[in-house]
Write a protein that binds this ligand. Structure first.
Ligand SMILES: Nc1ncnc2c1ncn2[C@@H]1O[C@H](COP(=O)(O)OP(=O)(O)O)[C@@H](O)[C@H]1O
Ligand SMILES: O=P(O)(O)O[C@H]1O[C@H](CO)[C@@H](O[C@H]2O[C@H](CO)[C@@H](O)[C@H](O)[C@H]2O)[C@H](O)[C@H]1O
Length: 462
């Protein structure tokens, strides 16, 4: 059981100067660093909270730092910095570096999320609703959090960093943080209020209040604790496994379609919806075209297809000009097979409501056509099929159809009945993926590019 400690909560002048040269080298290497490809030229401190003093065997600091990259102020990152005299071998992968200057000179600093003790302290702070410096923990009083659950860091590709506690809870520590309401907390809380069982209900969460006057824009969501879906496999793993065996996945695809529609139904009941007419569709189409142009600039392989892809967007604007309207609601925003967990019971849950991390928060929180998430899942079946060897386009086609049928069963409306809307959103997603892959996983670029070729073909041709 975690022993009770008093977190010091002091601010730490001079700390950043100590860490600056080490962070410049370490931060860009992290999977969750969003500014890949541009060097970090300096840091500014947004907030520093000493949790355990550096003079102790284990020092611990919570930092929010802005990483400057060129002229812009740069993104703000959340770091949990551990300080020790030397690192034991088990912490070698967590090394940030050996400090040579400032108040921590002679000490070794590391990413403290790799270490058991700091992870235990985080859970304890969430469990007890601790406030320390700018940090404030809150929790759902209806959910019990046992103390002393054993932490283990989640390994693997992630946009943030997570710790699992005794297979009971999972804590996601957000890495690139922005002030304001974070949909990764907002939407699961709204779904929990609506009684939707498809999304794990947040158990506890941590904010940083930096304004001091309670102004929403000065509050950052830093971390969310939620129940861990035990023995779960994610949809991506399952799909690849079935593909490798040459097995059908349509029953699961149909169940996923139903689960998506149930979540959409609950979100539409829980949060405001809107009607999109020409006045709203125009700017949305404009945004899609702008993203296409920016993507074609960034990724030369996209350029030959840009004029044809543009027609997917102008066709939507044409429908709006004829007087068509669409309903918009809050959506997941970055739905793909990796965001779907199948529990041992066979039931599907959806996770990670942060939306596409690269988009501004305001845009991510805007009501949008629910088909946006459908398009994300359709792309994901295509991804799975194209990463199989040999590629299995027939498998993708069958799953995509089954997913839409499942969605229609629960929503009462089949996304395929609005092909112009669906093509526009699938095209927008595939363009996002081209940029994402070019930036993060260049070997994967052919996967979205194969969809780009299909989407660029006029829709009435095979
Ligand atoms: N409630 C949960 N139960 C079980 N595993 C989970 C849960 N939430 C997340 N995970 C696991 O953690 C991984 C990362 O979570 P996710 O919310 O997608 O984080 P990120 O934003 O860093 O990508 C998921 O792919 C899944 O394997
Ligand atoms: O993991 P995140 O939620 O941060 O999402 C980002 O990374 C995803 C890849 O890990 C990326 O998804 C793309 O690749 C998936 C296979 O790895 C595939 O299932 C998705 O359909 C495809 O979009 C996602 O786009 C990105 O935002």
């Amino acid at each position: 059981m975690a022993e009770t400690v008093t977190l010091s909560g002091k601010t730490s002048p001079g700390l950043l100067a100590s860490l600056d040269p080490l962070l410049r080298e370490w931060l860009p290497r992290q999977r969750w660093f969003a500014g890949k490809g541009r060097p970090v030229t300096g840091f500014s401190l947004v907030a520093a909270t000493e949790l355990l003093p550096a003079g102790a065997r284990l020092g611990l600091y919570h930092l929010l730092v802005r990483a400057r990259q060129g002229a812009a102020p740069g993104d703000c990152y959340q770091l949990l910095i551990g300080v020790r005299a030397a690192l034991p071998p088990r912490l070698a992968p967590a090394l940030i570096g050996h400090v040579t200057q400032g108040p921590l000179a002679g000490r070794t600093v590391f990413d403290a999320l790799y270490d058991t003790r700091p992870a235990e302290l985080l859970l304890e702070a969430l469990r007890t609703g601790t406030r320390i410096g700018a940090l404030r923990c809150e929790r759902d009083p209806e959910q019990e959090i046992r103390s002393g659950l054993v932490p283990r860091r989640l390994t693997g590709e992630q946009s943030n960093s997570s710790v699992i506690y005794g297979d009971t809870f999972i804590l996601k520590l957000l890495r690139r943080v922005v002030p304001g309401v974070n949909p990764d907390l907002e939407l699961p809380l709204a779904l929990a209020r609506e009684g939707c069982p498809r999304v794990p209900a947040p158990t506890a969460w941590m904010h940083a209040d930096l304004g001091g006057d309670g102004h929403e824009d000065e509050s950052y969501v830093l971390a969310v604790l939620q129940p861990y879906v035990q023995g779960a496999a994610d949809g991506w793993e399952l799909a690849l496994r079935e593909l490798a065996k040459g097995e059908d996945f349509t029953a699961e695809a149909r169940a996923l379609g139903r689960a998506t529609a149930e979540v959409h139904g609950a979100l539409a009941r829980a949060l405001p919806t809107a009607t999109l007419g020409q006045a709203q569709t125009g700017p949305a189409v404009h945004g899609m075209i702008e993203r296409l142009d920016a993507a074609a600039q960034a990724v030369p392989a996209l350029r030959p297809y840009a004029p044809a892809l543009r027609t997917a967007f102008t066709a939507l604007a044409d429908l709006a000009a004829e007087g068509r309207t669409w309903t918009a609601q809050r959506v997941h925003g970055d739905l793909h097979l990796g965001q779907c967990l199948r529990a041992a019971s066979g039931e599907w849950s959806l996770i990670d409501f942060e939306g596409e991390p690269a988009r501004p928060l305001g845009e991510r929180r805007m009501p949008q056509p629910a088909v946006r998430d459908v398009a994300g899942m359709l792309r994901s079946f295509d991804y799975a099929a194209h990463s199989a060897d040999p590629p299995a386009p027939g498998w993708a086609h069958a799953c995509r159809a089954a997913y839409c049928s499942g969605y229609a069963e629960a929503a009462g409306v089949d996304p395929r009945t609005d092909p112009v809307l669906l093509r526009a959103y699938e095209t927008d997603k595939a363009i996002y993926e081209v940029v994402y892959e070019a930036r993060h996983r260049p070997d994967w670029l052919p996967v979205p590019l194969s969809a780009i070729r299909r989407l660029a073909a006029p829709p009435d041709l095979p």
